[in-house]
Design a binder for this molecule. Sequence first.
Ligand code: ADP
Ligand code: MG
Length: 341
Amino acid sequence: MPIQQLPDTLVNQIAAGEVVERPASVVKELVENALDAGATRVDIDLEEGGIRLIRIRDDGGGIPADELPLAISRHATSKIASLDDLEEVATLGFRGEALPSIASVSRFALSSRTAAQEHGVRLEVDGGKVAPLQPHPHPAGTTVEVRDLFFNVPARRKFLRAERTELGHIEEWLRSLALARPEVELRISHNGRLSRHYKPVRDGAERARRVAEALGEEFTSQCLAIEHAGAGLRLHGWVGLPTAARSSADQQYFYVNGRAVRDRTVAHAVRQAYADVLFHGRYPAFVLFLECDPRQVDVNVHPAKHEVRFREQRLVHEFIYRTLHEALASTRAGLAAGHDV
Ligand code: ADP
Ligand code: MG
């Protein structure tokens, strides 16, 4: 075969392989877009675990009508314009890949209206084929509908699990998001029934309420609040007492500058801080937020952005370890004295 340029739709479908693994990844990308657009409320409607339908409606800034076709073009973004911007990126998105990728592997519709526009518009894309823009009534904000995920990619569809399983992944991801953004109202419905409603709470003392809603009183009644700053870093949140340790690592939430990440340096520092207060095979529960200068952390490591790279890895490790080790000192004292903690 001679070398040839691949058609756009195929390029997008290939990229979708990295960004869109399952319905939960679609929900993640779309809700992140809503948050980047300044939404205060996001409605998430799902059918059949998101496989049949994912509809995300937000009350954010909306997309100007003339930019709608760009929103579904590859490498088109309103969030960065230069490498400098990338180094300091504060939005969750910046790669300009999610919408074109999702639109290439589903029956997709994007409707939006900015506050300045009188009428909304709608753009439909069927498996990558774009239909003409149409007027469409819409409140200020944006709605994205994704139907029949992977209908045109059988190899991918095969890997989708049962409705319950896919829904579980979506709910888990939304839980992680709800913990990070307590000021945002999230309503989740599945097959026409409201399944979860995270009411907005103000930052500060009320924040614990969101944590209780997301993780249960079992966690909030047995945790320590963390708040520590130094060396250009700030760590805050909650760590579970050793008595609230779990048999799996299912309640471990870590965020870097508001973005949920999995990181080995962080995981190691936390494990080490708990090493002498936990039994073997037990896992701490925690919700921790690390804030740092965005230039100190590279978020462009993987298309799905689950991973980050710290410039000063050892400093970060030491900071987390020390902060948590000290916070857990009281539980250690309890252990030494033979008390229940
Ligand atoms: P990225 O988020 O990396 O910029 P996306 O493909 O997810 O790329 O979105 C492309 C662009 O479409 C965004 O940069 C943004 O301008 C616009 N957009 C997408 N979703 C929304 C939304 N819910 N509200 C407002 N604008 C949106
Ligand atoms: Mg995005």
